[in-house]
Design a protein around this ligand. Structure first.
Ligand code: SF4
Length: 295
């Protein structure tokens, strides 16, 4: 999909978090751009509208353009403080397709690696294989702070992936990215979110094989279980209805799915977690995460 890249100077780069991320244990989010050129059909961000810092053209043309915060690295260098647990990002993918040419993340990682006052935890949430282009910088930053990559894989079915997220990398390329990050010594989590139609136990087995830590997951966010705030975009619900996948929107089905995956992971001696508690695994300080407690 062709997309347009815009640039603007931002006034600030770190935002104190509320809701889901605060419950998970994060203190701030860092969002390098507005709108995301992956343009996933299920993305909850456009449903947040102005609460997500968006302009009307963002939620009416989700994925068609993105506005980079051109001064993000300079702002980040001034904003980092000890004790911060930062999630990058709840509102865009830091390795969205437009990042391949704009290259904002290297400056942010350089700031992270060189700040005299590194944050406690810095989490990169992405489904972009372009993260591998910054491997050396990730290593440098990981030497200064607890840096984690939470890498999203949503299904084990390539046909399903192409329908819901046609602008994201194929599934195997994503597993290879996770494995390459792990080999490079970067702490990486497989995040199965949102869980799209799939063979859930096959997806889980692949995640367990590719990673060492807990596997994090979340089904679609639907209004029945999420009384307020962002929910899965209507475009994904329409796809489910069109293909006979309505059960993947059903809270009762979600409960069974998560219970089955939790039990299967436990049989393998591993932790499978979801919701704020699951994402909270990403926010833990290094000392706590090396413990054996469970959520
Ligand atoms: S990559 Fe994330 S932020 Fe970007 S469109 Fe997809 S779900 Fe939304």
């Amino acid at each position: 999909m062709p997309f347009e890249i815009l640039r603007a100077e931002a006034r600030s780069i770190l935002t104190p978090v509320t809701g889901f991320l605060r419950e998970a244990g994060f203190t701030h989010s860092l969002t390098p751009a507005r709108n995301c050129t992956f343009g996933c059909s299920y993305c909850y961000v456009p449903t947040m509208r102005v609460q997500g810092g968006l302009k009307p053209t963002d939620w009416t043309h989700w994925g068609h353009h993105t506005t980079f915060k051109a001064n993000a690295a300079a702002l980040a260098a001034r904003a980092f403080r000890p004790g911060q647990r930062i999630y990058c990002s709840p509102l865009t993918d830091p390795y969205q397709p437009a990042e391949a040419t704009e290259r904002l993340m290297p400056g942010i990682l350089e700031a992270l690696a060189s700040t005299p006052v590194p944050p406690e935890v810095f989490v990169i949430q992405t489904r972009g294989t372009g993260v591998l282009g910054d491997l050396e910088l990730l290593r440098k930053a990981a030497a200064r702070t607890t840096l984690r990559v939470s890498f999203s894989v949503t299904t084990d079915r390539e046909d399903v992936r192409r329908i819901f997220e046609p602008h994201c990398a194929p599934i195997e390329a994503r597993w290879r990215t996770i494995e390459a990050l792990r080999r490079a010594g970067i702490e990486v989590f497989a995040t199965l979110a949102p869980i799209l139609p799939c063979d859930p136990l096959a997806l889980l087995r692949r995640a367990l094989a590719a990673t060492e830590g807990p596997v994090i997951a979340d089904p679609f966010h639907v209004r029945e279980t999420k009384r307020s705030g962002a929910t899965t975009r209507e475009a994904a619900a329409a796809i489910c209805r069109r293909h006979g996948w309505e059960e993947w929107l059903d809270p009762a089905f979600h409960r069974e799915l998560l219970a089955e995956m939790t039990a299967s992971a436990a049989n393998a001696g591993r932790l499978f977690c979801h919701g704020p508690g699951g994402f909270g695994r990403l926010a833990l300080s290094r000392e706590l995460s090396s413990g054996t407690g469970s959520l």
